[in-house]
Every structure is written in structure tokens, then in C-alpha cells.
Write a protein that binds this ligand. Structure first.
Ligand SMILES: C[S@@+](CC[C@H](N)C(=O)[O-])C[C@H]1O[C@@H](n2cnc3c(N)ncnc32)[C@H](O)[C@@H]1O
Length: 250
């Protein structure tokens, strides 16, 4: 298991400092860059009692293994991997607080940009947790954190060994699982997405695996008017989550 990670980018590092400052081992800021954009980081670090050091751009590029760090790189203790047991804990908390569960399942998303964008969508939509299979999925990498713009440090990500079993388990707790597939007969705007819900999205190339699809309570499509056969998974995730939000607010 990985013990340390790199997180970079202004929003990702700011969320980290605000939510889990105890994870920060070292924090580097670009030398000579005292502009407004770094002030939230400087303030969050000083509030959290985290020391930072200044470094040249080349040093930050090397630490981040990317030039997309926006002048901020942190070396952090790896985030705790959340499991099925943690998911049970969250379901109990939601029930005690009389909240209606709202989950996102990603069945084998492998592109870090897609996972980052899905986490950002999930946070914006108020999703309580994202469930992914441990194998054949990208984990919480530095690129995922950067693209998620802070959401990767906030939205709980449950990495489960057996996705079909976890789906059965949350169904037993009253969660209705809606899978998404372009060829489904009923569409996202016809579905009832108001109750305890998990929306399941498929992988970039293959879509939902057979067992995942068979484990869903219903399947929905997003109507496609043009000539392409499918949407990018993060775009499709945003559409489905926010249709659910629209219904749940109404
Ligand atoms: C790029 S698509 C996968 C395409 C794959 N060839 C398939 O047949 O499912 C990735 C995921 O985005 C979601 N998605 C994309 N377009 C969709 C649509 N029109 N309706 C429902 N879901 C869609 C589904 O979850 C799908 O598994």
C-alpha cells in the first residue's frame, strides 16, 4: 500500500489544507510568486499550522511530475482507503441524520481526468460517496486530485473488492441502483431519481460490465440526438447526477 502521495494545484491543495491538514508532510510554493492566487494557500497553511517552503519552478515540476501545479505542490500521507465497512458506517450516519442516501458508482473508470471530473461533479451534486471496484480502476492519483479541484479531498471514495456484492448490500439497505447505458429503453428524464439512490456509470471503453448491469434495479439512457453513439463518462455522470438533483430539490 502506498504511504505517501503528491497533490498539486491551488484548489486541490487548499481543500487538503482546509479538510485534512494533518496529512501534509511538506508544502512547496513557487519562489517569487506572491500573487493573489497563492494567498488562499498561504492563509490556509498558516491557519492549519503547516510550514511551507519556497522552491524554483523546476523543483516543483519535478516533484509534481507535471507542469500543471499552479505554483503549489504538497507531499502528503496517502489518504485512508475506504472499504465496505466504512460504507456501512456512512449508511448508518445518513440514516441517523434522516438523510436520503445519494451515491455514484463508477464501474472501472481508468482515466484520471475522468475520475477527477466525476468526483468534481459528485461533490457539486451533493453525492454522499463514490463507490469504485478496487481493481481495474484508477486510484486517487495526483492528476485525479488536480482535475477534481478539491473534491477528491472531500467526497468519500469507497474502493471495494467485489462491486456486485456491495451493490447487493446497499440494495438491502434500501438504495435503488440505476445503471446507465446508451441502449436502455427508458431515459434519465423519465426515471424517478428522488429516493435513496445510486447511479452506476460504466467504463470509458466497455461501459457497465455484465454483472454490474445485471445487478442494477433499472437502466436508463441519456437521449442522443446526433451521430455519436455515447458521451464521455464524466459528462454523462454530470447529466445524470444533476437530473437527480433537480428532482430531489423539487
Ligand atoms: C463512453 S461510455 C461507454 C460506451 C460503451 N461503448 C457502451 O456501450 O456503454 C462510458 C459510460 O458513460 C455513460 N454514458 C455515455 N453515454 C451515455 C448515454 N447516451 N446514455 C447513458 N449513459 C451513457 C455510461 O455509463 C457508459 O458506460
Amino acid at each position: 500500500m502506498k504511504k505517501q502521495d503528491i497533490i498539486f494545484g491551488i484548489h486541490a491543495v487548499e481543500a487538503l489544507l482546509n479538510n485534512s491538514p494533518e496529512r501534509v508532510i511538506e508544502l512547496w510554493l513557487l519562489q517569487g510568486r506572491d500573487d493573489e492566487r497563492l494567498m488562499p494557500i498561504v492563509n490556509a497553511a498558516s491557519q492549519a499550522g503547516v510550514k511551507s517552503q519556497r522552491a524554483a519552478r523546476k523543483v516543483l515540476d519535478d516533484k509534481a511530475e507535471s507542469t500543471q501545479h499552479q505554483g503549489v505542490v504538497a507531499r502528503v500521507k496517502a489518504a485512508k482507503v475506504l472499504s465496505e465497512a466504512d460504507l456501512d458506517g456512512l449508511l448508518n450516519e445518513l440514516s441517523a441524520a434522516d438523510k436520503t442516501p445519494f451515491f455514484l458508482i463508477l464501474d472501472g473508470v481508468t482515466d484520471p481526468h475522468n475520475l477527477g471530473a466525476c468526483l468534481r461533479n459528485a461533490d457539486a451534486a451533493g453525492v454522499h460517496g463514490v463507490i469504485v471496484p478496487k481493481d481495474n480502476s484508477v486510484g486517487l492519483t495526483a492528476v485525479v486530485s488536480k482535475v477534481a479541484c478539491g473534491a477528491a479531498e472531500i467526497v468519500p471514495l469507497f474502493q471495494v473488492t467485489n462491486l456486485a456484492r456491495t451493490m447487493r448490500h446497499i440494495q438491502e439497505q434500501g438504495v435503488w441502483i440505476v445503471g446507465t447505458a446508451g441502449e436502455a429503453d427508458s431515459n434519465v428524464y423519465q426515471a424517478d431519481l428522488k429516493g435513496a439512490l445510486a447511479i452506476a456509470m460504466g467504463a470509458e471503453g466497455k461501459g457497465l460490465r455484465r454483472l454490474t448491469r445485471e445487478s442494477c434495479d433499472s437502466l436508463i439512457s441519456i437521449p442522443m440526438a446526433g451521430s455519436v453513439s455515447s458521451l464521455n463518462v464524466s459528462v454523462a455522470t454530470g447529466i445524470c447526477l444533476f437530473e437527480a438533483v433537480r428532482q430531489r430539490l423539487g
